[in-house]
Design a protein around this ligand. Structure first.
Ligand SMILES: N[C@@H](CCC(=O)N[C@@H](CS)C(=O)NCC(=O)O)C(=O)O
Length: 236
């Protein structure tokens, strides 16, 4: 029996429209919970509402609350879920987990800064009004540039993103998923990245005949279309 089944919630970043789930990290945890067949209640959260997640000991979402347990950080949430609920593993072996950790670092340190530059001009207007000043201030502190400066040349950032993605594209020409015949957590990490792009940006990153497109569309349909039920920016 699953513990805390009715007492599990996930704090997730939302935009001004509360149905706009625009955080790549929160999507990782959503997909991980779905993969493990664990139900949860979504707690829409604004990035300035630090007091609501104070018990996690940190200031970022996702935060999973599982009964009495508070877990913050998408990677720690995935590890916690596999350790606590061994069914439907996210990591088939320690070696798979190590490779997923590489994907986690690659997404965070290489892909996200590029995609941020490509989409921030379109994303910022979707930010919750109560978060906008903080977001501007945090961006300036973190990158030494304003949102407007960072988002000034999305086309160059898109080209750089596609270049960075070429090893992933070549991999998907030989295998359906990074997890092999079925997705594992490494697929959900990168799904989160491109779901973020899909939710905030009107422009596609890849052509419809690419292996990336096939992989992403399959994951959008997974878990009864959990990902696809989130409206794409291009559809609005
Ligand atoms: N390493 C963290 C990163 C989480 C993160 O940066 N979340 C952003 C939302 S996309 C956040 O909550 N930011 C609030 C802030 O920076 O104050 C994870 O994987 O969960």
């Amino acid at each position: 029996m699953k513990l805390h089944e009715n007492n599990r919630k996930l704090f997730e970043v939302v935009g001004e429209n509360p149905i706009t789930h625009l955080s790549p990290y929160c999507w990782r945890s959503r997909m991980a919970l779905a993969h493990k067949h664990l139900s949860f209640v979504s707690e829409p959260w604004h990035i300035t509402e630090k007091h609501r997640i104070a018990r996690s000991g940190g200031v970022t979402a996702p935060v999973l609350v599982d009964g009495e347990q508070w877990v913050r950080d998408s990677w720690k949430i995935a590890s916690y879920l596999d350790d606590t609920y061994p069914g439907h593993p996210l990591f088939a072996s320690p070696s798979d987990k190590a490779k997923s950790l590489f994907v986690n670092h690659w997404a965070d340190s290489t892909l996200h800064p590029l995609i941020f530059r490509a989409v921030i001009a379109e994303q910022f207007p979707l930010t919750a009004n109560c978060d906008k000043d903080y977001y501007q201030e945090r961006t300036l502190r973190k990158f030494g540039q304003s949102v407007e400066e960072i988002g000034a040349d999305p086309e160059t950032a898109r080209r750089a993103t596609m270049l960075a993605l070429s090893p992933f594209e070549a991999t998907l020409a030989e295998t359906s998923f990074l997890g092999g015949d079925a997705p594992d957590y490494s697929d959900y990490i990168l799904f989160g990245t491109f779901q973020w792009a899909r939710v905030v940006s009107r422009a596609a990153f890849w052509p419809p005949d690419s292996t990336l497109h096939r992989w992403f569309e399959t994951l959008l349909d997974a878990f009864d279309g959990l990902g696809r039920s989130q409206p794409a920016r291009s559809a609005l």
